[in-house]
Design a protein around this ligand. Structure first.
Ligand code: PLP
Length: 403
């Protein structure tokens, strides 16, 4: 039995805000992050999804005859919603067996002269195989958009993710590392494409006092509650309520609205993000060290796979993503751990074709590896509040389930 707790660990490690972060100041967020990452200038948008929507809109104008966007069949439902809102066609690509990357053969089968873009995805902070997507894209004349929503700070061969493809984007949503409650950063290597993305954004993204007021209040709530006591209220209680109702999609927040808001990000939220960003490199280093400490312990448990980066890549560690041998044992582990306040959760509940509410957005398709990944995977939050006792509790349950 696990101890009852008065606090709750988050499922992903967000950078906690401090009171002093809330002071108004210069809106240097995008410039500060670009300097930290060593990238060309970054373009600020109101969410990761909005960044993708701006990108798809711009690319569609460059290649009006190409309508298909190829995405991994196991990814954030918001990606599918953005493709639909851009007036484009979603084309799913199954995963490699037991891996987050798209399957190379399936990717080649999914792409042709109708393909506008391919979206390799740095899931869970792990660095994806962008080179394979680039090889296929070069062959058919498509663009590559790196979905780095979960991987701000991840590097490959010394440079930031998002720079190998034509465009990359990061998310600053609540819980995804650095957060201004909702925000996104767009990255493009080529100055001409960068200029075009800026023009598209200026054209289609309006100012909205209402949205900015709402996000500002949400950011204040996030700043106040993103700590173990507040998380019990803001995260743990709604989670347990949704699970009691038998609604895992709501429990992990996979139930997104089918329309993506587009609006400018105000100066105050940018200033808050800029203050917090000064602590981001040290925070990411700390999470990485903590993950490297826990990985060997978890890997000693026979039957567990912890997903890791390819050689030469250094991802970020907002949480650990793991696979168990089958769904029955994954579910048995979660029956004990999901509601225990230890930050154990699931990433996305389903492969994209299996969300009932996305029936009009996602084509029906057989994607066995993505379904298998959804059925066997779970996550362990790697927040700074997680202790050795917490990880031992989790390992104890996993050992019992796998015995
Ligand atoms: C969160 C997420 C997005 C969308 O980012 P938002 O900032 O929440 O709009 C896109 N792709 C992946 C893989 C994500 O996890």
């Amino acid at each position: 039995m696990l101890p009852r707790r008065h606090h709750e660990l988050p499922p992903t490690a967000g950078l906690p805000l401090r009171f002093a972060d809330l002071r108004p100041d210069a809106a240097t967020l995008a410039d500060d992050i670009a300097r930290q990452l060593g990238t060309p200038p970054l373009q600020l948008e109101c969410s990761g999804t909005a960044s993708l929507l701006v990108t798809l809109t711009a690319l569609r104008e460059l290649q009006p005859r190409r309508r298909r966007v190829v995405v991994p069949a196991y990814t954030c439902p918001l990606v599918a919603i953005a493709v639909q809102q851009a007036g484009l066609e979603l084309q799913l690509c199954d995963l490699r067996a037991g891996h987050y990357d798209m399957d190379p053969a399936a990717l080649r089968a999914a792409c042709d002269e109708r393909t506008l873009a391919i979206i390799p995805t740095h899931l869970a902070g792990r660095v994806a195989d962008v080179d394979d997507a680039l090889a296929v894209a070069n062959n058919v004349g498509a663009y590559v958009i790196e979905d780095a929503a979960q991987a701000l700070g991840a590097r490959r061969d010394g440079s930031s993710v998002g720079l190998a493809g034509d465009v990359g984007f990061f998310s600053m949503a609540a819980g995804k590392g650095l957060s201004i409650y909702e925000g996104g950063l767009l990255l493009a290597r080529d100055p001409e494409l960068r200029e075009r993305l800026a023009r598209t954004s200026a054209r289609i993204v309006p100012r909205s006092f209402g949205w900015e007021a709402k996000r500002s209040i949400q950011l204040l709530g996030y700043a106040a509650l993103y700590q173990p006591r507040g998380l019990r209220l803001a995260y743990g209680n709604p989670l347990r309520h949704a699970l009691r109702r038998g609604d895992p999609v709501a429990a992990v927040g996979d139930d997104f609205p089918l329309t993506i808001p587009l609006h400018r990000v105000g100066h105050w939220r940018q200033a808050v993000g800029a203050h917090a960003a000064s602590r981001l490199p040290a925070f990411l280093d700390r999470l990485s060290a903590q993950a490297q400490q826990h990985l060997p312990r978890l890997r000693r448990i026979e039957g567990i796979t912890v997903l890791d980066d390819p050689i030469g890549a250094h991802g970020t560690w907002p949480f650990l993503l793991l696979l168990l041998p089958d769904q029955a044992r994954r579910d048995a582990a979660l029956a004990q751990l999901w509601q225990a306040g230890l930050g154990v959760s699931r990433l996305f509940i389903h492969a994209l074709p299996d969300y009932a509410y996305l029936a009009d957005v996602v084509p029906a398709q057989d994607v066995p590896n993505a379904r298998d990944f959804a059925a066997r995977s779970f996550s362990i939050g790697n927040s700074p509040w997680m202790t050795d006792v917490d990880i031992e509790s989790i390992c104890g349950v996993l050992e019992a389930v796998l015995r």
